[in-house]
Design a protein around this ligand. Sequence first.
Ligand SMILES: C[S@@+](CC[C@H](N)C(=O)[O-])C[C@H]1O[C@@H](n2cnc3c(N)ncnc32)[C@H](O)[C@@H]1O
Length: 218
Amino acid sequence: MQKLARSIDTNQLGLHQNLQKVVEKYLNTQTQKPLSAHSEAAFMASKDWLNGWQGELIFDSCCGVGESTSLIAQAHPNAKVIGIDKSAVRIDKHHSYAIDTDNYLLVRADLNDFWRLAVLEKWMLTKHFILYPNPYPKAAQLQNRWYASSAFPNILKLGGLLEVRSNWPLYIQEFAAALKIAKLLAQTQPYTAEKAMTPFERKYWRSGQSSWQLIANL
Ligand SMILES: C[S@@+](CC[C@H](N)C(=O)[O-])C[C@H]1O[C@@H](n2cnc3c(N)ncnc32)[C@H](O)[C@@H]1O
């Protein structure tokens, strides 16, 4: 039987009071954390796969089982698409969602490291999808959310048209507020479509929850 998704359980009612302070801190510092060996290896494998590619490059970050990665690749036949997720269990389930097209690659890596390496390598994205990132909805978890973490400056440097979706409207509002602190504009709106693009999207819609979307030209 299909498990229904629980709605967001949060003790945060509006924008986090420390959002501005935390975003500014990360915009002005560079992380010195050591890179994980498996993420470095995944990055090198992605670089080999790209083989000097100079055309359109799309990331599907937090791709989970990679259902969205294959759909994005199919919709962008002239682009190379890389789906990245830290969960080997999810990546290993991709075969059930695979599409017969050779313009995408799935890798298991920690995005904190993978984005950092891509920036060091001066990769520039044409599009960047972050679909249903973990929301970390407790107020104390603010710095686990991508826009309030040390990874945020790297998301900005990778550029491209950023699309974020979440079932938690406050995540989308805070993401837009963080972009504003970085002097970037974002559009936010409810998101609906005929067909879900990811397992989480499907699960949320089946349990009656709605999706919210952020689009920003970085
Ligand atoms: C809620 S799931 C959404 C998965 C997929 N986008 C979907 O909609 O079905 C969030 C995903 O983000 C991944 N994730 C969380 N933190 C990550 C990190 N630091 N690096 C890479 N992936 C991460 C998790 O492994 C998980 O698969």
